[in-house]
Design a protein. Structure first.
Ligand code: IYR
Length: 227
């Protein structure tokens, strides 16, 4: 390998290393906290400060990404007019999905979530945040830089975003109206960006309920393999 460190310097990285006991305690605490998170479809009208959205996006923005190209944009709004427009467009798509699309297996899988085409949360949540995936990114000269592992990178960023919101006592939903190209136009994003997930963000409503779902046991999520 050619040594190009004069072009791209490396820096020492010495993160604090907790004792094993401490590390496991912290891992346990972190998991327990994440385990309290639920996806929410009923939001409180209480306002959420813009700083909370900024902090969650800063957390998302720490995600690893292909070639460190960071191929995401988070577009956020608390504007009631824009929220209403998003709701109207999403409900239109969802009406088609629930009533016209022939996908019996998919529809059956959603039964226990009791979802339908009504998306009140798109107006009642304090904020709507759309994660956009940049298939390519315009360079200052107008040419396009291709991005790598875009889905993986943006997915990881969204996971960190969700965790950061939860840490602040905020709730969200990974909403993906299908198709959702209308979000590119409503949020004024360029054609190089594809809407990836639409997140309503707010505090859960006082009378919020969530479906009685369980996480699969560790033994189904992790297999330890050795020779
Ligand atoms: N986008 C629709 C349908 C939907 C699909 C999945 I997969 C879900 O986990 C939940 C809903 C809707 O939002 O209603």
């Amino acid at each position: 390998m050619p040594d190009r460190r004069h072009e791209h310097p490396f820096l020492p990285y010495r993160p604090a290393r907790p004792s094993t006991d401490d590390a496991l305690r912290r891992g346990e605490d972190f998991y327990r906290r994440l385990d309290e998170r639920r996806s929410v479809r009923w939001f409180s009208p209480d306002p959420v400060p813009q700083r909370a959205i900024e902090l969650a996006v800063q957390a998302a923005n720490t995600a690893p990404s292909g070639a460190h190209f960071q191929p995401w944009t988070f577009a956020a709004t608390d504007d009631p007019v824009l929220k209403r427009q998003v709701r109207a467009a999403a409900e239109e798509e969802e009406r088609r999905f629930y009533h016209e699309r022939d996908a019996p297996e998919w529809h059956a899988a959603l039964g226990r979530l009791e979802t339908d085409e009504h998306k009140e949360f798109l107006e009642s949540a304090a904020w709507l945040v759309v994660a956009f995936a940049q298939k390519s990114t315009p360079r200052p000269d107008g040419s396009l830089r291709k991005n790598y592992y875009v889905n993986e990178s943006v997915g990881i960023a969204c996971g960190l975003f969700i965790a950061a919101l939860h840490e602040m006592g905020l709730a969200t939903l990974t909403h993906t109206p299908n198709p959702m190209a209308f979000l590119t136009e409503l949020f004024g994003r360029p054609a190089t960006e594809r809407p990836y997930i639409l997140f309503p963000v707010g505090y859960p409503a006082d009378d919020c309920e969530v479906p009685d779902l369980r996480r699969k046991p560790l033994a189904e999520a992790l297999v330890v393999v050795r020779t």
